[in-house]
Design a protein around this ligand. Sequence first.
Ligand SMILES: NC(=O)c1ccc[n+]([C@@H]2O[C@H](COP(=O)([O-])OP(=O)(O)OC[C@H]3O[C@@H](n4cnc5c(N)ncnc54)[C@H](OP(=O)(O)O)[C@@H]3O)[C@@H](O)[C@H]2O)c1
Length: 345
Amino acid sequence: MGFNIGISGATGVTGEVTLRILQERGFPVDSLRLFASRRSAGQKLKFKGTDVVVQALEDGNFAGLDLLISATSAAIARQWAPRAVQAGVIVIDQSSAFRQDPSVPLVVPEINGADLAGHNGTIAGPNCTTAVAVMAVAPLHLAVGVESVISSSYQAMSGKGRDGILEFLNASASAVNQSEGLRGHESLQVAAPVQFPHLSAFNLFPQCEEFAAGKDTSTEEEKMEAEMRKMLHAPDLVVHATAVRVPVLVGHSVSLTISLKEPLSPQQARRLFESFPGVRLLDEPSERRYPTPLAAAGIDEILVGRIRTVPFVRNGLSVFACGDNLRKGNALNAIQVAEQVLGIR
Ligand SMILES: NC(=O)c1ccc[n+]([C@@H]2O[C@H](COP(=O)([O-])OP(=O)(O)OC[C@H]3O[C@@H](n4cnc5c(N)ncnc54)[C@H](OP(=O)(O)O)[C@@H]3O)[C@@H](O)[C@H]2O)c1
């Protein structure tokens, strides 16, 4: 038996990856409805070799759908997801709109899939960087408990969606032949950034998303803190996050300094990571084997390595992890949730 599936934001970067993964996993799709803005209505996207015509989300054509994967901005999700739920559709929303609603489960199936049991029609997926970080923290937390996490993330340009990707690639192409400008000897001749607060090519900046007035922590960093606590059922967990945008196309990286409730050696931690579903251990630094975003791009697992004791942190361990922000950070996780909710696999 198959299901009637909808994707809103189907023309965006994570919508595209969602379509790809549904095909890769042989997800049982009886019918597929694709939604985007009015601008894209009528456009055709391929699914299993067949053209599917994009519809305007605002026409609200949800009747008969079993499940909608919502990959739009939070503002649009807030407007349309409740209407889909009202029409009897299960909505898995990838934006931040519902993540902190106590009645909405925020789920990474390998970690807290059991939270799906009480869902009321809306289910949230985590922020892309939180998804990578929580997969590296959960195996340790489930074994001995985690007191605190200091996270420094190195976030890919595709985290800013289709328009961010375009700006980054265009800026890279125009800057690449300006070595004097990139060395600071001349002014760079590049288009002013629109999607990012600074030039995205050959640069990095400690700002992902925005700083609300009077706040020194960005909205992206706040998400990591709150979402990690919710998914790990650890309201007292102390999380301190610094989010940095780096000139990588796909693949978010996190450097985590973790204080555990009980000591674990790096070797014990490696064994925990090796046996955790969805995690692949890569920890032979002398052989140049450790996670990189490029190695994580296009694969399902979160890569974890560089596991070391941190002597000045109580029961301290540090870990470096990389994951594909468009797959486990978004589309793959949503489809895994869908599989669990619909009883597939
Ligand atoms: N990129 C990531 O790594 C990542 C990871 C985790 C979560 N997320 C979240 O996932 C969501 C989608 O992100 P994305 O990166 O895929 O964005 P994106 O590439 O910018 O795509 C945005 C999608 O939203 C659609 N849209 C825009 N305005 C609309 C409207 N008025 N009505 C209906 N649809 C509209 C766009 O359709 P048109 O083509 O018609 O404009 C497009 O399909 C966001 O909430 C984001 O925060 C992203």
